[in-house]
Design a protein around this ligand. Structure first.
Ligand code: MG
Length: 219
């Protein structure tokens, strides 16, 4: 397993609404181009396989938060305007990630056409696994799954993405440089939802990697 190099991550780029089954579930329209947002690196928390330490904190400002299990892409070679044919040359590995979301904020932001940032930015809003080398599994067809308190909530292949990994890299890098150690979150499949204090979130990428986080409330 490659060393976890996300401590050197300088930005996290998220893709929203990027699974066909998510669009079907929510009854919304499929986006015509990727829906992109940024998260601060202060939201990162790396899984240690110790539930006493692997904690997601609901910030005081939110009543509850949503979990979203996702495939994360780690950039290995910086680039701008990367064509999709070259995208995999710029990727060094993948991780499992949770894109924790203050849904009450995002729902209001959507209604008022305001940015999502404050709903995606809180401390511990981006739990991640160790980074896996890019040849560890096929990222184009790996099952993204999650369970809450042992009950399966999400289970869908990355084949179900609306915009593929190369398409996301091409699109994002047409707006900003993607730099070494940047993390791209590729969106979550259907089944994402609310968690409350003391819930245990377990998620994985097939049988390649998994992690567990317990939900606590900020004091
Ligand atoms: Mg997400």
């Amino acid at each position: 397993m490659a060393a976890n190099n996300l401590e050197k991550c300088r930005k996290i780029v998220g893709a929203g609404v990027n699974y066909w089954n998510f669009v079907q579930q929510t009854g919304g329209k499929a986006p015509v181009q990727p829906v992109i947002f940024l998260k601060p690196t202060s939201s990162l928390v790396t899984a240690t396989n110790d539930l006493a330490k692997d904690v997601v904190l609901i910030p005081k400002i939110f009543q509850n938060i949503n979990f979203e299990a996702e495939l994360g892409i780690v950039i290995g070679k910086s680039g701008k305007n990367i064509p999709k044919e070259k995208a995999f040359d710029h990727i060094s590995g993948y991780c499992l990630s949770l894109d924790m979301t203050g849904m009450e904020f995002i729902t209001k932001a959507r209604e008022n056409c305001l940015p999502w940032a404050l709903g995606k930015a809180f401390d511990t809003a981006t739990p991640v696994s160790a980074v896996l080398p890019k040849d560890a599994f096929n990222p184009n067809d790996v099952k993204v799954w999650s369970k809450i308190n042992g009950v399966t909530k999400q289970e869908e292949s990355t084949k179900g993405m609306i915009f593929s990994i190369p398409e996301l890299v091409e699109f994002i890098s047409s707006y900003m440089s993607l730099e070494e150690n940047d993390l791209i979150l590729t969106g979550t499949p259907a089944g994402a939802g609310k968690v409350e204090e003391n819930d245990v979130i377990e998620c994985g990428l097939g049988d390649v990697v998994s992690m567990k986080f317990v939900v606590k409330r900020e004091n």
